[in-house]
Design a protein around this ligand. Structure first.
Ligand code: GYE
Length: 322
């Protein structure tokens, strides 16, 4: 934490030595060591997010220690403790679930290591346990999915029977997307969520749970709301295998806006996707720089995002970066 001030002071005295002489911009032992604990590799979104973080931190200014938690909080806690033991300069992580972080975050604080949350939020009573959170507004994403549905349901038969594929139980995006979606339709009697279950953000689980929904509800499903595109893509397969037409017999709206979703929309099988931008690497790098230097950072940094529908898919596909 104190290192950069020392470096700056030295630069002031030995200006020539710091700025010239053919030395690399950042000396290896001056690099900011960042311990990053990723959720896993559960979705296209996550793959793009990992790539973005790794790319942004793959410059001499940083030394990255990357750890994959395989969607398990216990692995993530272990990784954080490892980073603390190694005395990294900054810890960044994308918490699998919201609760259960107080103890390990207190350990990081006691060791003087600032923490940057990326993508997902935590539930802690002491706000000083992390410096900032960079990520999307998941409640708003849930609302956007619902607003699309309300608009697309104009003039269609009522009631509209909805099944919901939730993300990982206890995760911020699952909790918030569910809340935002529900909030936006609960005063409208036309809409009924008849089943809601977790598909853990993966294609395989999305397919499996959709099969169970179809078995239980038969042909009485009008809409699928999936908390991410991967689960929707898995569910599309289940719907086709049941002899129904995804996108027509069952309208589908999901979240993320990954390439696979645009392809499914182009094929007419997915109706809409709400964008959730995974390319947080550059903004994360800046926050790491700032907290390491002791500069003030905003508590919450959100990302700008939109909604895309089937009629826009073909034109938008070449512009997609993930
Ligand atoms: O929507 C999903 C991923 O936390 C925003 O996690 C992220 C979510 C994303 O598995 O695809």
């Amino acid at each position: 934490m104190r290192k950069p001030f020392l470096v700056l002071a030295l630069c002031g005295v030995l200006l020539a030595g710091c700025s010239g002489g053919g030395r690399s911009a950042v000396d290896a032992n001056e690099a900011i060591t960042v311990g990053f604990s990723q959720v896993g590799a559960e979705s296209e979104w996550r793959t793009a997010n990992t790539r973005s973080v790794k790319e942004a931190l793959a410059v001499p200014e940083f030394r990255l220690r990357f750890s994959d938690a395989q969607q398990k909080q216990e692995n993530q806690i272990k990784a954080l403790r490892g980073f603390i033991a190694q005395r990294v300069d900054v810890i960044a992580f994308s918490p699998v679930v919201e609760s259960g972080w107080e103890t390990v975050l207190r350990e990081a604080k006691a060791a003087g290591i600032p923490v940057v949350l990326t993508d997902r939020a935590v539930n802690v009573s002491d706000a000083s346990l992390y410096a900032t959170l960079i990520g999307s507004d998941f409640v708003e994403e849930g609302r956007r999915a619902a607003r699309w549905l309300v608009e697309d349901s104009e003039g269609r038969p009522e009631p509209v029977r909805i099944v919901e594929l939730q993300g990982t139980v206890g995760s911020a995006p699952a909790n918030d997307r569910m809340r935002g979606f529900k909030e936006a339709i609960e005063d409208d009697d036309r809409f009924k969520v008849v089943r809601s279950q977790s598909g853990d953000f993966t294609r395989a689980k999305g397919k499996e749970v959709m099969e169970a929904f179809l078995k239980a509800e038969g042909r009485n499903i009008d809409v699928l709301f999936a908390h991410n595109d991967d689960m929707a893509i898995g569910a599309i397969q289940a719907i086709e295998e049941a002899g129904l037409k995804p996108g027509t017999d069952i309208r589908i709206v999901s979240i993320d806006g990954v390439r696979g979703a645009f392809e499914a929309m182009k094929a007419g099988k997915l109706n809409a996707t709400v964008e959730c931008n995974p390319l947080l690497g550059p903004q994360l790098a800046q926050l790491v720089r700032d907290v390491h230097a002791g500069r003030a950072v905003p508590r919450r940094v959100t990302v700008d995002e939109g909604v895309f529908t089937r009629d826009q898919a073909a034109a938008e596909l070449p512009n997609r970066k993930y």
